[in-house]
Design a binder for this molecule. Sequence first.
Ligand SMILES: [Fe+2]
Ligand SMILES: [Fe+2]
Length: 285
Amino acid sequence: MSLMEEIIAAVEAMPPFPQVVHRALKELSEPEYEVADLVEILKVDQAVTANILKLCNSAYFGLPRKVSSLKEAVVYLGATQLRQLLLSGAVNKIYDQPNEGYAVFADELWRHALATAVMGQVLRRHLKLKLDDNLVFTSALLHDVGKVVLSNFVADRYLEIEKLVEEEGCAFQEAEKRVLGFDHAEIGGRIAVKWDFPPEIVAAISFHHQPARAGKSYRLLTELVALANNLTVMVGYGTGVDGLACRGHGLLLEKLQVKERDLENLLLLFQMEMAKTCDIAGVGE
Ligand SMILES: [Fe+2]
Ligand SMILES: [Fe+2]
């Protein structure tokens, strides 16, 4: 088997995306979703149901009485928090493994992904972009999922990749592409296709390091994910060696019309939102 065939086989071997979460997210993206339909979908999965009730009854919400029905919990949490809980529960498991190739600890990639999703939402709101919150959160959360598959392949050829980065000034993902035949963004896009995510999400993942390559109708979402990724690395939720791949955020700031003087405020908002989302996702910051 050639190296490229081996990588494709590793993509195929990825576990499927949890169907209950997929179906619930679809229902939640309807402007007026039916709580009863959502409960029907969610109750099939005991672990998901238990997590929803646990969050609702956690100190974070400080409710005066215990919520024991799934229906009540779904109504109480509302679409945004429910989506964050469901997605982070599913994606945490996927990211949560040692990631040798990118020189990051197991939960570092996960924290970077979650921070990028939060940053994406903060930027979307601040810039009043006409983008669906669900698309922003999901594509930002999954943008580096290709690293989960490429990690071992990168680790085995690290010196070759490092040489290209150091001696030829390649961005990290360009070096991946030259050595492995694929970069992690492209592989992430393939995983998103395998998981049946919509084309907007596939594009945002595939081109998060080269947003100009995304099709016109997907460009705004891709630029937003690219900028969120860069800013996240800037504030310290980095991803080891791949921090070297983050370039050109000056241009992105200009394109998305983020003023330099707004950045400080945005980053403050990000810290506050990140703390909240970590509570919902049940992880430390
Ligand atoms: Fe990346
Ligand atoms: Fe990233």
